[in-house]
Design a protein around this ligand. Structure first.
Ligand SMILES: C[S@@+](CC[C@H](N)C(=O)[O-])C[C@H]1O[C@@H](n2cnc3c(N)ncnc32)[C@H](O)[C@@H]1O
Length: 247
């Protein structure tokens, strides 16, 4: 890590505050700010935290959902136990993980899905942004399968290409969709959060029969970021939402 990184971190007030209040990550304050502004978690809610490691958001979700709530965290990495929450290790893109979530939920309705999901960063912004867009879109599709009508969804996104496609897909599924950048995000960060409230009982016309993933892919093709595999004259150079350099 660079000298500058250490200096910025030592001065970071959110990091100090998180440490003094017993939160595992400074990111807890991002969820607190989202909650203060939008009230996405209500007392007694069942909440799924996607990409929960090391557990800062899960800690806040437990406080907000209260003793009658139910909080379940999932991550590829193992997360130390958190009082009042259930935690599983799993990849949210896998059906086996969804089955495990469904078993743990039992007959509870899932009211809120919060997702601070982030890829392991490569340091190449375009690649990281494309992978992050893909992950967030995937989580939106999974949330749609599990959330009760009227439920809320929050996900992290990195500013950049394709965000409009994701916003549009979200607006066809929730009655209120906004972008919000908590002040607890680092000043240098290009992350923002998509706040989706009140899941509609049915997706709007135009999105029916399509996943958000298909819609974002179509959007990327429309703006010429992705080329349809069928239009390629050579080996496909597209992986997920990323365009790969031809060898
Ligand atoms: C920024 S961290 C989350 C921090 C957390 N909100 C907190 O407050 O402690 C992003 C997490 O997303 C997880 N992640 C990435 N891809 C995932 C996937 N496919 N399924 C589950 N978790 C994933 C990473 O392992 C990482 O721990």
């Amino acid at each position: 890590m660079s000298k500058r990184w250490y200096q910025e971190n030592r001065r970071d007030p959110w990091r100090r505050e998180a440490r003094s209040k017993g939160y595992r990550a400074r990111s807890a304050y991002k969820l607190k700010q989202i909650q203060d502004k939008f009230g996405i978690i209500r007392k007694g809610d069942s909440v799924l935290d996607v990409g929960c490691h090391p557990g800062g958001w899960t800690q806040v979700a437990v406080e907000e959902a209260g003793e009658n709530g139910f909080v379940l965290g999932v991550d590829l990495l193992s997360t130390s136990p958190i009082d009042g929450a259930s935690i599983i290790i799993g990849d949210i893109s896998e059906n086996s993980t969804l089955e495990e979530i469904s078993n743990l939920l039992g007959d509870r309705n899932l009211n809120t899905v919060i997702s601070d999901i982030s890829p392991k960063l490569t340091g190449r912004y375009d690649t990281d942004q494309a992978i992050s867009l893909e992950l967030s879109t995937l989580v939106l599709d999974k949330a749609m399968m599990m959330l009760t009508p009227g439920g809320n969804f929050v996900t992290k996104i990195f500013q950049g290409t394709g965000i409009e496609g994701l916003m549009k897909a979200a607006k066809q599924r929730f009655s209120n969709v906004q972008r919000y950048a908590p002040t607890a995000s680092r000043k240098s960060s290009s992350e923002t959060y998509l706040i989706c409230q009140n899941k509609l009982p049915r997706v709007k016309k135009g999105a029916q029969g399509k996943t958000a993933y298909q819609q974002v892919q179509e959007h990327l093709e429309e703006i010429d970021v992705l080329v349809k595999n069928s239009e390629m004259d050579e080996t496909p150079t597209v992986k997920g939402f990323r365009r790969l350099k031809k060898k």
